[in-house]
Design a protein around this ligand. Sequence first.
Ligand SMILES: [Zn+2]
Ligand SMILES: [Zn+2]
Length: 291
Amino acid sequence: MTIIAAEKGADKGPPPSADSRFGNGGELDITFVGAGSAFSKKYFQNNILVVKGGVRVLVDCGTRAPEALSRLGLSVTDIGAFLITHTHADHIGGLEEAMLIHRYVAKRKPRMIVTEKLRRILWTMSLRGGAQFNEVHDGKPLQFDDLWESLLPKRVRNAPRELCFIKEGDLEIGLFRTMHIPDSALGWEDSFPSYGLLLDRRVLFTSDSRFDPDMITWLESEYKLETIFQDCQFYPGGVHAFLDDLATLPASVKAKTWLMHYGDGMEGKRDRIRELGFAGVAEEWATYRFA
Ligand SMILES: [Zn+2]
Ligand SMILES: [Zn+2]
């Protein structure tokens, strides 16, 4: 894995990592559109752009994603497919803008990779309020299918937890259930639907998840994980993985784990993160390239 570093600053124009924003020679490129937590004011939200050849998948589209994309020289209309991991606003808050710009400006349907379960939640609990009554279409208020083309992943039977796969061009994406909310849930089964990703069977992106060593042990044994992008927080409790808990993972796992979804206090934790044996923190606007 090589890192194409970010160079930030409003006056500097798109960073070098933006070179691969529209496509590449077939490498798997993961660019952090943001790497911050839900409440971060210093960092954009933890959403990533996955590019492979001509494929462009935006994983989550938080409240600030349209702005972050625009700083990278991209628009929500440049995205080939949106993939949603769960329905917190730092992951879906920008979807209304994406949806309405596609319908009323670009005049085409955006595509969304989403499980049926999450699609139902996303529409009935979130997106509907800003879309359903915008117009009368064929005598009826708008429905999800009027606004989005759904790409439904295929469920794998007999996996240790809910797991499904989908291909977008040459990119293969696995979606599996995670343990995120509520904090009282005992495992992924009694957690509200949220998904982590397995990209090309080599990169694990946890999205939001509490400390879940079973998830890592399972994916480590089943697939040859090269790199792990792991949700983290710097205090105990709550619905994300506490740094001190993550520190108990095997050294071989920590050495390939990059922490993400961090709070504004991240700079003060860099040394400790390195001392604990992690690869480092995922930097927003940097591209992680898997050749
Ligand atoms: Zn989040
Ligand atoms: Zn969340």
